[in-house]
Design a protein around this ligand. Structure first.
Ligand SMILES: Cc1ncc(COP(=O)(O)O)c(C=O)c1O
Length: 351
């Protein structure tokens, strides 16, 4: 059975909207305005975006993620990709997703938007938030179409072994799609699950330019999968989702590949330093080893610490419910921000 059979049947048969010819001199086909109120980098903002520009950005992204161009669908950040997958695979009121909390909260959010059930396979804090494959398999039910894995996981920062991802894809062949959200993979010294794309038809990898690529404001990401699945997903997209401005800026930003590797290196270096310093503070109960650009810590003084940070103009992320109660997630910043963080930690008096 092809993985396409997991797609909502009415969407498999949908006719994609294909914009009409747009490269003639006199554009009188698209009900655009002949004038634009602003000029920005020679872009004709009165015109709908040019599909050739989108193809160029697609080639650039495919190169970044070391996959083929037809294995990639551009999205407005990976949030947009998560939403798309929920809408394409899940029948409202019938299907479900399987996720491993604590994890990225938007998986459950988009599943709820689609009226899908959320099945949880919790990651135990006591076991360092490591996933048990047996437990995940035992939690699955036949109408569960999407299994969401966050690699490394937000907010715990830990990783699944690539072999385990492969084992899950193998186990769920023709039963469910394994979605590996690699928003933070560039900070981890491990191969991407995209290296498994040729082997598994039921694997989807989500990538984004929002983290290591430093382009969260552009809203650009990608759904990566085998070409026939990408074609089926593309058929369900609205036309012109990416603006001409975003594409022009992305082309410019992606020219400089060295910037990205340097950015990753400096964040990873700072992560190691901050991790070591956090471990030395006696009132911090646990510091979780992280392969992402953040570190999760646990302290009985989390509430007071949050206030202490706020008084010093420092924003970090706390959590209100178990198992993350009393835990704080800190993003690795630049030297100035990291120094402000360490100064705040070193002046904190637990009471
Ligand atoms: C695990 C994870 N996935 C996806 C996203 C969404 O990223 P974006 O939509 O900016 O690509 C985030 C954002 O924080 C995230 O933490």
């Amino acid at each position: 059975m092809s993985i396409l059979n997991l797609i909502r049947p009415e969407l498999l048969a949908i006719t994609a909207y294909i914009p009409t010819e747009d490269n003639r001199r006199h554009r009188l086909h698209a009900n655009e305005s002949p004038w634009s109120p602003i000029v920005f980098q020679n872009l004709a903002l009165n015109h709908y975006p040019n599909l050739k520009d989108q193809e160029r950005v697609q080639t650039l992204l495919a190169n970044c993620f070391a996959i083929k161009q037809d294995e990639l669908l551009i999205t407005r950040g990976s949030d947009d990709g998560i939403d798309l997958l929920m809408r394409v695979f899940l029948r409202a009121g019938i299907d479900s997703i399987l996720q491993c909390p604590p994890t990225f909260s938007m998986y459950a959010f988009y599943a709820q938007l689609q009226q899908a059930t959320v099945i949880n396979c919790p990651l135990p804090a006591k076991a360092g938030f490591d996933l048990s494959l047996d437990q995940l398999i035992a939690s699955w039910t036949p109408n569960c179409k999407l299994i969401l894995l966050c690699q490394p996981n937000n907010p715990t920062g830990n990783l699944l072994k690539l072999d385990n991802i492969a084992a899950l894809c193998d186990y769920f062949t023709a039963k469910a799609v394994v979605v590996v959200d690699e928003a933070y993979i560039d900070f981890a010294n491990v191969p991407s699950a995209t290296t498994l794309l040729g082997t598994f038809e039921n694997l989807i990898v989500l990538r984004t330019l929002s983290k290591a690529y430093g382009l969260a404001g552009l809203r650009l990401g990608a759904v990566c999968a085998q070409a026939h699945l990408i074609r089926a997903l593309r058929n369900t997209l609205a036309p012109f989702t990416l603006s001409s401005v975003v594409m022009a800026l992305a082309e410019k930003a992606l020219e400089n590949r060295e910037w990205f590797s340097e950015n990753i290196q400096r964040i990873v270096r700072a992560r190691t330093e901050i991790f070591t310093q956090l471990q030395q503070l006696p009132w911090i109960e646990a510091v979780y080893p992280s392969q992402a650009n953040f570190i999760l810590l646990a302290s009985p003084y989390a509430l007071a610490l949050m206030e202490h940070f706020a008084n010093r103009n420092l924003a970090v992320r706390d959590f209100k419910t178990d198992p993350l109660k009393n835990m704080i997630r800190i993003t690795i910043g630049n030297d100035l921000q990291n120094q402000a963080l360490m100064n705040a930690l070193n002046t904190f008096k637990p009471m």
